[in-house]
Design a protein around this ligand. Sequence first.
Ligand SMILES: [Mg+2]
Ligand SMILES: [Zn+2]
Length: 194
Amino acid sequence: MSGVSTSPAENTTRFSAIKFVFLDRDGVINRKAPDGEYVTSWQDIQILSGAERAIALLNRAGHKVIVVTNQRGIALGRYSEPDLRSIHEELHAHLGNFGAHLDAIYYCPHDNGQCTCRKPGIGMFEQAFRDFPEACPQNSVMIGDSNSDMIAGASAGMKTILITDNPSTGSALVGQPSASGRSLLEVVERYLAC
Ligand SMILES: [Mg+2]
Ligand SMILES: [Zn+2]
């Protein structure tokens, strides 16, 4: 899929209301594990090129940056919630070295069909909207690499941006993202840090 080409002025207008940037984790911040495999420790994490800088740019633009990640590997027993929390502590520390920070990380530890938080469900967004009362669908965007991210964001009433490198859409994309780009850094520089 090619990027949606628009003029810089249009880009600024389209995303000018955005204050809250929701990020998927695997395939957006770090390289997604191959199908059927899971990121089970910090040693498995390969940060995608420019992701730290992209998050720092969002921070500097005054946006809140919130991760929403499906972690079904917990339900499958591949790793534990303490394992996941320790990965996220390392991630926070790593980003800190680049002057970048995440304002919150929400995860769904459940298997398919067990909950309302697993994307494409919108439970993690609903929780974030409770925790950040100034956040609403109109000032939020969901950035992800999969169909379930795009469906979840759209179901929550948010704009969506698809990351097209290292795609894990699986099936044909349902609906049309508001925008797309090859990497988090590319879409942040193009749409959100202007
Ligand atoms: Mg992903
Ligand atoms: Zn869940």
